[in-house]
Design a protein around this ligand. Structure first.
Ligand code: FES
Length: 78
């Protein structure tokens, strides 16, 4: 299996590396490099990529399951 890694950074974006395909809501592929930072704060002006806006908005990137260990990781299914 290809070596793909997705990890949240401290109060910042998801850091993604490896051979992944990134698509928009219409299924069109979004070009990107093998390493990219995906916005986690929701305020980037270049979504889905991070543009460092999180540094200006006092973004708290604490993972929910760190605050509430019993919380289900995700309810989203596809
Ligand atoms: S995480 Fe960097 S702009 Fe949103």
């Amino acid at each position: 299996m290809a070596d793909v890694n997705i990890a949240p950074s401290q109060d910042g974006p998801y850091m993604v590396s490896g051979p992944v395909t990134l698509s928009d809501v219409d299924g069109r592929e979004i070009p990107h490099s093998d390493q990219m930072a995906l916005c986690r704060c929701g305020h980037s002006n270049n979504k889905p990529f991070c543009d460092a806006t999180h540094l200006t908005i006092d973004f708290d990137g604490t993972l929910k399951n760190e605050q509430h260990p019993s919380r289900i990781v995700s309810l989203y299914r596809w």
